[in-house]
Ligand binder design. Structure first.
Ligand SMILES: [Fe+2]
Length: 318
């Protein structure tokens, strides 16, 4: 049993100091999918983003769809990348590595799909009572799908559902018999791209300063307007709300203080193990770094809030 992978402890889903460490360790050092270039269809229109308390303003400058500026709060251009097939990615800090290093094997996969085909139709956002990782946990496995998503499971039977993990992203294959339908991509740490049901959606799980609250942001793309789009929208919103309710319940349980950690299914939950390991590695490296260079400051933090590095992993050891 000891060789089986365990989840992150429940405390990592509930602690404010842990979130602040995670923010410096993970969020300031990552890349974010803002959408395909079609998200920025109006020349001169500003589209606002906020990732881990950093605001970005995105604006298309001319008739050329790839002429897009991405500025932070100080008005400075941030590091960004528009891929050959039209996906716009951005950083929120100079601490992020180069795009090709962060997503080193992404281009061959996304190079096969033209992401500029579907026009942007709608964007929505709302808050959820759960940690950002509670939602990513659910996205990265499909053991819950049969029970939680009865309508979705008819089209994409969870029996075949497979997750392939790469460098900082995962590809989900819902049904190998339908290679042109059902492309699901997770971009570490908090973005997804979902092509299914005749349309395309992208969502960001944006952490707030309260570890128990998250802002969900969804963008929807579809060739059709009117009734056909609304039919697609209703279907994908149903799936999203089923996940939302599940996450609020899971978070309630994480905050009760009884559940501590679990064992991940070695076949069906490799996506969860993959991204949680990235969070763990980056967070512990950040903690070691900060402790090494600022021992006095970190000592204050660690005794009052975080505990030692060991306690970070295992609060029960305190
Ligand atoms: Fe789900």
């Amino acid at each position: 049993m000891s060789s089986l992978t365990r989840t992150l402890p429940a405390s990592w889903f509930c602690s404010s100091p842990l979130y602040q460490l995670e923010r410096r360790a993970v969020f300031l050092k990552s890349w974010y999918l803002l959408g395909p270039v079609t998200r920025f269809h109006q020349v001169g229109e500003e589209v606002k983003y906020e990732v881990a308390q950093v605001s970005l303003t995105v604006c298309r400058r001319s008739d050329e769809p790839r002429d897009i500026s991405i500025l932070n709060e100080t008005g400075s251009e941030v590091k960004s990348c528009i891929t050959e097939t039209g996906l716009v990615f951005s950083t929120i800090s100079d601490e992020a590595p180069p795009f090709d290093e962060f997503f080193s094997d992404l281009k061959p996969l996304i190079g096969k799909v033209d992401f500029t085909k579907l026009p942007h139709r709608r964007s929505i956002k709302y808050e959820g009572k759960f940690n950002w990782k509670t939602m990513v946990d659910g996205y990265q496995e499909c053991l819950h799908c049969q029970y939680t998503h009865p309508a979705f499971s008819v089209y994409y039977p969870p029996t075949f559902y497979t997750v392939y993990n790469h460098t900082n992203f995962s590809q989900h294959v819902a049904d190998p018999k339908k290679p042109d339908d059902g492309l699901f991509l997770y971009f570490f740490p908090n973005c997804t791209l979902n092509v299914y049901g005749g349309g395309m959606s992208s969502f960001r799980v944006c952490p707030t300063e309260n570890p128990g609250f998250t802002r969900m942001e969804f963008d929807y793309y579809h060739e059709e307007t009117g009734a056909k789009f609304e039919e697609y929208f209703k279907f994908v919103r149903q799936v999203a709300m089923e996940d939302y309710e599940l996450c609020e319940k899971a978070q309630e349980n994480l905050e009760k203080g009884v559940y501590y950690e679990g064992i991940l299914n070695p076949i069906k939950e490799t996506g969860v193990a993959f991204y949680q390991q990235r969070v763990l590695d980056m967070t512990l490296a950040q903690h070691d770094n900060e402790t090494r260079f600022h021992p006095v400051e970190m000592h204050k933090t660690s005794t009052s809030k975080l505990g030692t590095a060991t306690q970070l992993i295992d609060p029960a050891s305190s």
